[in-house]
Design a protein around this ligand. Structure first.
Ligand code: 5AD
Ligand code: SF4
Length: 442
């Protein structure tokens, strides 16, 4: 019996889906030590902060909340504070946590969370602070038995790292080069999640899923992996994120169209509507290429739901460049956008570019985009009328609802669902106050 058995832990997560899933793995590691979860940091013997550094805001938030833990540690010196995730892996980050926060006991990077159990046992024995940031993984970084948050959708890593080096992005510096997981391991994990744990959605994760397999000895592409996962028996669907427009080929669009188990939704970050900006960002595509993919998707998969990431105020972005992004939004009519103000990341090329855009201007631009997107989304609601969507049927406040692959809710008044969590076709019959209602379409 270890000193951790029966004691509480708390994991605090910042950042993207990748981090959310990594926290699920951390919970798996702590559970295997016999620990129990709490969401109250005051009750926890082990507190883990899983950090993000993609933008300055995320970093500041994590740092300020960490400082607040100082008091907990004063009151209860037995508390063990662990910091991991992207922030710790930066070479010249804004904050050096290990040096600046002496009450933090263990600092590890993005490649060794699977070893957290060993670090904790070592710390409990020697009571010496530990810092261990690796430059690359020691082997495979898999953790058995991640403890997942969501009971309907399960995240599954397929590729770690990124080789793209977009000039604004810190990810390749803190997550290293692309490393694909073995297809057999992914297959086994997905099969277990679907057939033994009842998951309805599997979301395959990677910074650039379209690069999947390029680093493996075995010849396999992302669309081949996807096809093989569709052969797993069961009532489930697969989503994936994130795709890179440069690497997304027609083969993938075909698999999305042909395979009923592939959800009809695509997150395809464009970042900017201006070719000049895309070049400066080192994105390796232009708007013509991007639009070709979008048009093809819309033509072959009419019900597809599209989303994107956009950065406003990248160094040198003029009013004219920004207007190109506005124009793109009006052309594509996304179902959802994630718009970010450019944030300078030290160590990335764009941090040293001239013509940085003032914060106030970035704010104006981001708000303009969000206002426009709201109008587009409201307008787009009309498109749903009389169309049929394959939805996950759930119950909410006593009423059955269908959730489309893109996450849109369709109320199904009067319908008695017989079991939670199954897929069925729903035809939209009404739209009121931007709310959709419909009937089951057998
Ligand atoms: N500033 C603002 N947004 C950024 N992103 C990545 N790096 C930065 C940065 N330095 C955005 C991109 C990416 C998303 C995950 O975060 O839009 O697609
Ligand atoms: Fe960052 Fe670009 Fe890689 Fe995405 S593709 S993680 S934006 S470097």
């Amino acid at each position: 019996m270890t000193k951790f058995e029966g004691r509480n832990y708390c994991v605090v997560t910042y950042g993207c889906q990748m981090n959310v899933h990594e926290s699920e793995k951390i919970r798996g590691v702590l559970t295997s030590l016999g620990m129990l979860e709490t969401d109250n940091v005051n009750k926890a013997m082990v507190i883990v902060f899983n950090t993000c550094c993609v933008r300055e805001g995320a970093e500041d938030r994590a740092y300020n909340n960490l400082i607040a833990l100082q008091n907990i540690k004063k009151e209860n010196p037995d508390t063990i504070i662990v910091v991991c995730g992207c922030m710790t892996q930066q070479k010249n980050g804004k904050y050096n946590i290990f040096e600046r926060l002496p009450f933090v006991d263990i600092v590890i990077g993005t490649y060794n969370i699977n070893e957290l159990g060993d670090y904790l046992l070592r710390y409990a024995k020697k009571k010496q602070r530990i810092i261990e940031i690796l430059d690359k993984p020691r082997g495979d970084m898999d953790v058995e038995n991640a403890v997942r948050d969501d009971k309907i959708n399960a995240y599954v890593n397929i590729i770690y790292g990124c080789n793209k080096f977009c000039t604004y992005c810190i990810v390749p510096y803190v997550r290293g080069r692309e490393q694909s997981r073995k297809p057999q391991d992914i297959y086994k994990e997905v099969k277990d999640l679907v057939q033994n744990q009842g998951y309805k959605y599997i979301t395959l994760l990677g910074q650039n899923v379209n690069s999947y397999g390029k680093d493996l000895d075995e010849k396999i592409t992302f669309s081949q992996l996807l096809t093989s996962l569709c052969r797993i028996e069961g009532d489930f669907k697969i989503k994936f994120m994130t795709s890179h427009p440069m690497d997304l080929g027609d083969d993938l669009i075909k698999v999305m169209k042909d395979e009923p188990k592939v959800a009809k939704t695509l997150h395809l970050p464009v970042q900017s509507g201006s070719n000049a900006m895309l070049k400066q960002m080192n994105r390796h595509y232009d708007i013509k290429h991007y639009m070709r993919i979008i048009k093809r998707c819309k033509r072959l998969i009419p019900n597809i739901s599209l989303s994107t990431d956009i950065i406003v105020g990248f160094p040198g972005e003029t009013e004219k460049d920004f207007n190109q992004t506005i124009k793109l939004l009006k052309r594509v009519k996304y179902d959802q956008i994630f718009a970010f103000m450019y944030s300078k990341r030290s160590g990335t090329p764009a941090a040293t570019f001239e013509n940085q855009v003032p914060e106030a201007e970035k704010k104006i631009r981001v708000n303009k985009l969000l206002r426009l997107q709201k109008i587009i989304q409201q307008e787009k609601n009309k498109k749903y009328f009389k169309r049929t969507y394959n939805c996950l049927i759930k119950q909410q406040n006593g009423v059955a609802i269908g959730i489309t692959d893109g996450g849109k809710e369709i109320y199904i008044p009067g319908y008695k669902y017989y079991n939670q969590n199954y897929f069925a076709n729903v035809r939209v019959e009404g739209i009121r106050n931007h709310k959709l209602s419909g009937v089951i379409d057998e």
